[in-house]
Write a protein that binds this ligand. Structure first.
Ligand SMILES: [Zn+2]
Length: 333
């Protein structure tokens, strides 16, 4: 089904298409420049030049590794929610809070009607796509996660905030599709935070994508998927990208009970460890996936964004993933 959709969009991808979840580590000079920019010690132009250089580095790296569907690497973003909130109208910057792991970010506060300010990521997408013949994914943070990771001082409840955000995220999506994006990933790591809210998270996704032609991937990492499965399958998207490098067996059991009806991006690299996976271990994870679903419905990628790893670790992990995929493709014929 979804291979047909990909073909209709003019996308000819190999068996077990490979991609990454979005972020790559930033080089040291860019990290220093971001710190300086935060205290207005360098110009926006200088920072932009470094962001572009780092983006181009990652485009070439993905091409050299042989990844099929590229990302821009998010060299210009900090936190995935704060990046959008700080750009959109209706938000104020809140105090520092701790999110998962050891990461702190300024939790945004919704203080008025949320408002799309004009293209946010579109120029980055267009420029990145101009660097390569391979398809580049559009990358958005979903309305449910933006809502969940913000304080709401304006809307009557979480659902109202979520649906208002969905209407604005849709405008950014329209911009990406007008620019030519055919594959769009929408990050919703918060999806399983409150299982009783899944119905309005699904409704919000309808608001975002309904009637807009693209191949859609929803990325949901570190979730208690068993609490929102099989309801998760109601999301109006083509592909669910689930972090399963640690939980393949649980998912297997879940999918045996309630069949998985979409394409699956199989997260096969653990992004939270320095250790580089052996290609054979990754091959085993892919094999588990292909025992549950037909290989035509499986994509392969890391569990999450690689931004917390070093440049070398990221390249080595992706190298192992690509070797395993090549072996799997040869075996599957
Ligand atoms: Zn993730």
């Amino acid at each position: 089904m979804s291979r047909t959709k990909l073909a209709a969009l003019g996308l000819d991808l190999p068996l077990l298409p490979t991609s990454t979840v979005g972020s790559f580590p930033k080089p040291d000079d860019l990290m220093e420049a971001r710190a300086k920019a935060a205290r207005n010690a360098i110009s926006r132009q200088e920072l932009d030049g470094l962001e572009r250089r780092a983006t181009e580095y990652w485009v070439r790296a993905q091409e050299e590794l042989g990844v099929d569907v590229l990302v821009d690497g998010e060299q210009y973003r900090g936190d995935m929610v704060a990046y959008f909130a700080e750009t959109m109208g209706g938000f104020a910057r809140g105090g520092l809070v701790r999110s998962y792991g050891n990461r702190y970010y300024h939790k945004p506060v919704i203080v008025g009607e949320v408002r799309w300010p004009g293209p946010i990521t579109v120029d980055w997408w267009r420029w990145t796509q101009s660097l390569t013949a391979r398809p580049v994914k559009g990358m958005l943070t979903g309305p449910y996660t933006i809502m969940d990771w913000s304080f709401n001082d304006h809307y009557p409840d979480r659902k109202a905030a979520c649906l208002a955000l969905a209407r604005e995220v849709r405008k950014e999506l329209e911009g990406l599709l007008e620019a030519g994006a055919r594959i769009v990933q929408i990050d919703e790591p918060a999806l399983s935070v409150r299982p009783d809210e899944l119905p309005f998270a699904v409704e919000a996704m309808h608001v975002v994508v309904s009637g807009l032609p693209a191949y859609y991937i929803v990325h949901a990492c570190f979730g208690a998927f068993e609490t929102i499965y099989p309801g998760l399958l109601d999301l109006p998207v083509d592909n669910l990208d689930l972090a399963i490098s640690h939980s393949a067996l649980d998912l297997l059991a879940m999918f045996e009970k309630d069949p998985f009806t979409k394409d699956l991006s199989l997260g096969v690299l653990d992004v939270h460890t320095h250790a580089v996976e052996a290609a054979d271990d990754v091959r085993t994870r892919i094999r588990r996936g292909t025992t549950v679903l037909p290989p035509e419905r499986i994509w392969v990628d890391p569990d999450c964004g690689l931004k917390t790893r070093t440049v070398e670790e990221s390249r080595a992990k992706l190298g192992a993933m690509m070797s395993a995929v090549r072996a799997a493709r040869a075996e599957l014929g």
